[in-house]
Design a protein around this ligand. Structure first.
Ligand SMILES: Cc1ncc(COP(=O)(O)O)c(C=O)c1O
Length: 387
């Protein structure tokens, strides 16, 4: 069992027969702090502060300080943020950009939107981009690599940094799922030229709609991004580069600042939930669990998701659903390279196999210890293990 269950949702006394564990409770990102949110919304709206006001600047400063980057820029969502980074870094037609096929299609779409060719590669047993597969996909046209730090875990950065250094490639991090995660003491988003986060409501730092941010230590890139996300306009109003409208709403920035101040508690709670899954499921031979929160001193995982591999996955999902337990297979079970209609034509057998086995168990701070234990009991029962 988890050591100290201090940060988790309070227990509700529920009879097991009535237990229902949805995959995510969207209303929970609002309800526990309803009064504070209403006061904040009232304060911001009463100031008439809606677009690019001080709340955006304050959030950007706090986020940059949190991840140890020089600057942060609020954008409308992570997908736009990735596109902006690639364009601002000069990626365009004729270039190739390597990414892991086990990611959201948004990663590849950003590459396509920048005019470049998305080149999908395998993920390793950790479900993250496989540096060997990256190495073998590098061609004379390769200009950049986008590792996706999936599920709240940073990719194997030592090998990736060596590769991008050796071949003089740009590194743009898709950190949509990994705010706060660390590798050898460094935060997700802080390894490359830029890193991009998502504040989609179900993300560990979620707002009440779409939102995202770019972090970078590169002052020139930050200056270009600052223009490009606001129609390419200079403070004078003169436009010297094509841009787009991709600003983080001021109201969302205020909400995100409030949530960022409590973000460490969110991570503690997620890591506690992961410990419970680990302790109650570790002996189930039909499963592969993610590494436990304290299993590797080089990693600090934030458990945006709890992605397991399961034998007989589809039947397990069906069984859990009959027990009123919600699960989710990321990307509805399709890796990006499997979208042949988009022009992909490559063989990634490890990723194909993984996509047949993976499933996300409920992982969010609305969950109580008994709910997670109920999920574990049902899984054990499905595979014929005693509770
Ligand atoms: C790995 C990954 N990349 C990119 C995105 C896109 O983020 P957004 O919805 O903020 O555009 C997501 C969102 O789910 C994601 O999980």
């Amino acid at each position: 069992m988890a050591k100290e269950l201090t940060s988790l949702a309070p227990e509700m006394i529920t009879h097991k027969a009535d237990m229902s564990v949805p995959f995510f409770r969207y209303e929970h990102i609002y309800r526990p702090y309803r009064k504070e949110f209403l006061a904040l919304i009232d304060e911001v709206c009463s100031r008439g502060a809606f677009i690019l006001q001080k709340d955006v600047r304050e959030f950007e400063r706090s986020l940059a300080a949190y991840v140890g980057s020089s600057s942060a820029l609020g954008v409308a969502n992570c997908s736009d943020g990735l596109t902006l980074c690639l364009k601002a870094a000069g990626i365009s037609t004729g270039d190739e950009v390597i990414f892991s096929s086990h990611t959201f299609v948004a990663t590849a779409a950003a590459i396509h939107s920048a005019g470049a060719k998305p080149v999908p590669v395998e993920c390793g047993p950790d479900h993250l981009i496989d540096p060997y597969s990256v190495a073998s996909a590098i061609s004379p046209r390769t200009r950049a690599v986008i590792p996706t730090h999936l599920n709240g875990r940073v990719c194997e950065m030592d090998s990736l940094l060596q590769l991008v250094d050796k071949y003089n490639l740009l590194l743009i991090e898709d950190a949509a799922q990994s705010l706060g995660a660390k590798y050898k003491g460094r935060f997700a988003g802080g390894f490359g030229q830029a890193g991009v986060f998502s504040f989609y409501p179900a993300k560990s730092l979620g707002c009440f709609g779409d939102g995202g941010a770019i972090v970078t230590d590169n002052a020139d890139l930050y200056e270009i991004l600052g223009r490009m996300h606001n129609h390419g306009r200079l403070p004078s109003g003169r436009v010297t580069t094509w841009g787009m409208n991709s600003r983080l709403d001021n109201l969302h920035a205020a909400v995100l600042s409030m949530k960022l101040a409590k973000f460490d508690d969110e991570i503690v709670a997620r890591r506690e939930l992961a410990s419970i899954y680990q302790s109650q499921l570790h002996d189930v031979a039909e499963l592969v669990l993610p590494p436990g929160p304290d299993s590797d001193p080089d990693r600090f995982d934030t458990f945006q998701n709890y992605e397991i591999e399961a034998e007989d996955r589809d039947r397990l999902v069906e069984y859990l659903s009959s027990k009123h337990i919600g699960t989710l297979v990321q990307w509805s079970g399709w890796a990006v390279h499997q979208f042949t209609e988009l022009g992909f034509d490559c063989n990634l057998p490890n990723t194909d196999r993984l996509l047949e086995r993976i499933v996300l168990l409920p992982m969010n701070t609305s969950l109580s210890v008994s709910e997670v234990s109920y999920v574990c009991e049902c899984i054990r029962h499905f595979y014929g293990y005693p509770n």
